[in-house]
Design a protein. Structure first.
Length: 489
């Protein structure tokens, strides 16, 4: 069991298939999760119905089979959703499934087999309860239940298996009902990266009236065309060119499990997650103003200060969270926020939706924004909503490799060195925000270092009045890390 210990992370279970992630682990996690749910809910397994879906990775079917066997071995029941985006898994718990499949019992939880944007050799699982993904402390508890109920004997149990419920059609029908023919007159290029989004997004946008050009819609877990991670801008080169060549209004890209969106404007420019969130925020604030509502909007430590300042200036209320979809959702719930997003492209709408991150739905909202603005001004472009960002220079995310076991000590050493030399960046430090790593705030800029939740790297980002100052901040931070990490290794 020790070999599996570090697969239980902050937001999910994740690791390399065959090493950290195996059928043995998923069978026993299924058993442990039912025991955990029994403790949380007070329900017996016989009254529990869990949905299971999976991404397009080549090993996902075997892991799904093992997980379902583990769940049903306890007497609990599985509704198999098959290949589907992660948001469809969330949707299955929020909206439910027909009573004839569950005997009138609600879906108690969703299990989604995915490693999101990680390379093809990875796999993992996200889990929900009470319409929210498990947080860090809950995953620790699940780990304890899994290990304490571990067995090497695979049994069938008394639970039933329902194969397969087509919830995608239900989801699509609801989106068409919500948005109608908003896509009329909008040309969109959709890059599904051979992942799960291709079986939902392009067809939906066509039903909304869009002219859709498809890229890599066919699911293929080897990801033959490019890595399914739209926050890595180099993966979007073909999408950019296709948007420009076809004079499209927008390009939309999904990650490996379709809970993160990447957006390309009509000129082929990539919108970082904070720019995209500002587009959504401006639209939402404008909708709320006539009603006298001040919408609360959550983002995370990697995002530009421009985002927070603009939201507050134009009539919203901004909040800064730790990075990670679990933390974002928790703060949304605690503060009553109706919109949230992070740099990676996770976007959460509580306004007219259910509050979870859904790239396909986020695509509907950006199409809607373009459509209604083009009706007022045929020359409208998304770029016109991003003028506040022209006042600063923001770096892309910088990924600095560091073994997981050295991250904490390295970050502690960085804190000490900065405390000992407060002029190290050549500019007065106004504040240091430590909710997630260190966000070192200057007048008109910041330098950020934080530990990645999913990979052996530090994530760095910098913002300043101009590129030269931004590069100086980066040089100082990378130099600090070099002096610490290389000695430690």
């Amino acid at each position: 069991m020790d070999r599996y210990s570090h697969a239980f992370g902050k937001n999910d279970i994740r690791g390399i298939y065959g090493e950290d992630i195996t059928e043995e682990l998923f069978y026993n996690t299924g058993r442990g999760y039912v025991k955990y749910l029994e403790n949380l809910s007070g329900k017996t397994p016989e009254k529990m119905y869990l949905t299971v879906c999976m991404d397009a990775r080549t090993h996902s079917p075997a892991l799904s089979k093992a997980l379902q066997a583990g769940i049903t071995s306890t007497g609990a029941h599985v509704i198999d959703l098959g290949l589907a985006p992660t948001p469809i898994g969330y949707y299955s718990e929020v909206v439910g499934v027909p009573n004839e499949l569950t005997g009138g019992n609600p879906v108690i939880a969703a299990c989604i087999i995915t490693a999101s944007h990680n390379p093809k050799e990875y796999n993992g699982m996200k889990m929900t309860y009470k319409n929210r993904t498990l947080n860090e402390s809950q995953i620790k508890e699940l780990k304890e239940y899994t290990f304490s109920n571990w067995t090497n004997e695979i049994t069938d149990g008394n639970g039933s298996l329902v194969q397969k419920y087509d919830i995608i059609s239900k989801y699509t029908d609801e989106m068409v009902s919500k948005f109608g023919n908003i896509g009329k007159g909008v040309k969109v290029v959709v890059d599904s990266a051979n992942a799960t989004g291709g079986i939902v997004g392009p067809q939906l946008y066509k039903k909304l009236g869009c002219e859709v050009i498809e890229l890599y819609s066919e699911p293929d877990g080897t990801f033959p065309n490019h890595h399914p991670n739209p926050s890595v801008e180099s993966t979007l080169d073909v999408l950019k060119q296709t948007v420009v060549d076809n004079a499209a209004d927008i390009g939309i890209a999904y990650d490996g499990d379709s809970d993160r969106i990447g957006v390309i404007d009509n000129s082929g420019n990539y919108l970082t997650g904070d720019k995209l969130l500002l587009v959504y925020a401006i639209d939402l604030i404008n909708e709320c103003k006539p009603k006298g509502i001040v919408p609360k909007i959550v983002s995370e430590v990697k995002c530009s200060q421009v985002l927070y300042d603009t939201i507050d200036k134009i009539g919203g209320k901004s909040y800064m969270s730790k990075t990670g979809h679990g933390y974002i959702k928790s703060m949304m719930y605690e503060e009553g926020a109706i919109l949230a997003g992070e740099m990676s492209g996770h976007t959460f709408f509580k306004d007219r939706y259910y509050g979870f991150d859904d790239a396909i739905y986020a695509g509907c909202r950006i199409i809607e924004i373009i459509s209604k603005n083009k009706k007022l001004n045929p020359d409208f472009t998304i770029k016109s909503m991003l003028k506040p960002f022209e006042a600063v220079y923001s770096s892309p995310e910088v990924r600095y490799p560091c073994p997981n076991e050295l991250k904490k000590s390295t970050l502690d050493a960085v804190k000490v060195k900065i405390a000992e030399n407060k002029d190290i960046f050549g500019k007065e430090i106004k504040d240091i925000i430590t909710i997630d790593g260190m966000r070192i705030v200057f007048d008109g800029g910041f330098a950020l270092i934080r530990q990645s939740n999913t990979e052996p790297v530090f994530t760095l980002r910098f913002e300043a009045a101009d590129k030269s100052e931004c590069e100086k901040f980066q040089s100082v931070m990378v130099g600090l890390l070099d002096s610490i990490v290389k000695v430690a290794q």
